[in-house]
Write a protein that binds this ligand. Structure first.
Ligand SMILES: Cc1ncc(COP(=O)(O)O)c(C=O)c1O
Length: 416
């Protein structure tokens, strides 16, 4: 008989195995100071391209004021209990209605955290007789929702309509026997590569196959669409999304999330989503803060204009000097380079320590072996000088990479 903890010693996990060399620098780095384009990392000023603060709302004075006034007025405790029991309020309902209208849906439901919320929504929607068909690059929270499903599940190749159609044929065969339905799951904007889910193409398949569509638009709400109402709005197919999900963790720069859809679906989910029925309601300051953020997004076009001015300048500038940005058609900016993990670490250290640029790095197994992706998130608070400096610096590190400067261990830093 073993000890449940034996495996912890033998196998620290796919990411945990790197803890000794990564902790405090590549993993769990501490960014300090006000949330902005410039923050402090290990005591040094850095230009930050890693925060999903797309619209720059995190530190906007009106947002800070709304948050602090609400904290002063209500405290963090109110309301106590789950929505269904003792945690309901007019302000929760108001935010749900305003969010739904923002994403062109008749009804909405707040979720106290995005991850647990959407995972549990997937669980609530699916019965044993149903089939779920989901994109291969779906976020972990969607995959976890799918893992709870007791019936059949089929994965389609990322954003590949042919593969989706093949899986829809399989799924149709199954539900013809079970009498269940089909739920297709994808994302509005895929957060790593920045490519939009082909919502238009998926929706077109509704003419041929009978299914419902759930879209996780964590990176799309507040960045995409003529009124920032998301990727469905951007592609002109918002009406065909049956369950729309957005989080407050990115453009809204807060905590919490929401879903939106037809009133009958939302009311079913209010009574059947276990992570919400059995967990505390969102605290009042997050709700009041959510209303303020939504007001700014909805009523002040300058946030969208500022974001997209920086996105265009950064992406066009990087392309002009020859960088490959992969398939992005959203603000997410993945810069592709070639090299192994040691070169990638040295390059990132050089960027942080000598160029004062902080960005995230994505390596194998998330991307194929030999590919290094430096992932940049442009925001409304970056300046044209930030963009110019970053393009020039990236061109320099690419040159050094080509010359073998990162082969050696010379940039190794002492990890805390
Ligand atoms: C695509 C996607 N879905 C869901 C989530 C989870 O949202 P939250 O951070 O609100 O739990 C994230 C990450 O924030 C995400 O990137």
């Amino acid at each position: 008989m073993g000890d449940i903890f034996d495996k912890i010693r033998k196998n620290p996990g796919p990411l945990g195995q790197y803890a000794a060399v990564a902790h405090g620098y590549f993993a769990f780095p501490k960014l300090e100071g006000e949330i902005s384009n410039r923050m402090k990392f290990r005591g040094k000023d850095v230009l930050v391209w890693s925060l999903n603060n797309y619209l720059g709302l995190a530190n906007h004075p009106e947002v800070r004021q709304a948050d602090s006034e609400a904290a002063q007025k209500y405290g963090l405790s109110l309301p106590m209990g789950a929505r269904m029991m003792t945690g309901e309020s007019d302000l929760h309902e108001q935010l749900e209605q305003e969010l739904a209208a923002f994403v062109d849906k008749p009804a909405g439901m707040l979720l106290n955290y995005g991850y647990q919320g959407i995972m549990s929504v997937v669980d609530a929607l699916l019965g044993r007789q149903d089939v779920v068909v989901y994109d291969a690059e779906s976020h972990a929270c969607l995959v976890d929702g799918v893992r709870m499903h007791l019936g059949k599940r089929f994965m389609f190749k990322h954003n590949d309509l042919e593969s989706l159609e093949k899986q829809l044929k399989h799924a149709t065969g199954v539900v013809e026997k079970t009498g269940g339905g089909i739920l297709v799951i994808t994302e509005g904007v895929f957060g790593m590569a920045g490519d939009q889910g082909d919502l238009k193409g998926i929706v077109a398949l509704k003419k041929k196959y009978n299914f419902r569509l759930l879209v996780d638009d964590a990176h799309g709400v507040g960045t995409m669409g003529p009124r920032l109402g998301g990727t469905g709005q951007e592609q002109g197919v918002q009406d065909e999304i049956d369950v729309y999900f957005g989080t407050f963790a990115k453009s809204f720069a807060s905590i919490g999330a929401f879903i939106a859809g037809a009133p009958e679906i939302i009311s079913f989910l209010k009574y059947n989503t276990r992570s919400q029925i059995f967990a505390k309601s969102l605290p009042m300051p997050l709700v009041v803060g959510g209303l303020k953020r939504l007001e700014l997004m909805r009523d002040r076009p300058e946030f969208k204009e500022n974001l997209w001015r920086v996105v265009r300048a950064l992406q066009q500038g990087l392309k002009e000097v020859g960088f490959d940005l992969g398939k992005t058609n959203s603000p997410v900016t993945p810069v592709h380079l070639s090299g192994g993990p040691a070169e990638a670490s040295n390059l990132v250290v050089d960027l942080r320590e000598n160029f004062g640029i902080f960005c995230s790095v994505v390596l194998y197994p998330v991307v194929p072996k030999g590919v290094i992706i430096l992932r940049l998130i442009p925001t409304a608070v970056h300046t044209m000088e930030d963009v110019q400096y970053t393009i020039e610096s990236f061109a320099k590190v690419r040159e050094k990479l080509a010359q073998g400067a990162y082969d050696k261990e010379k940039y190794a830093v002492e990890l805390v």
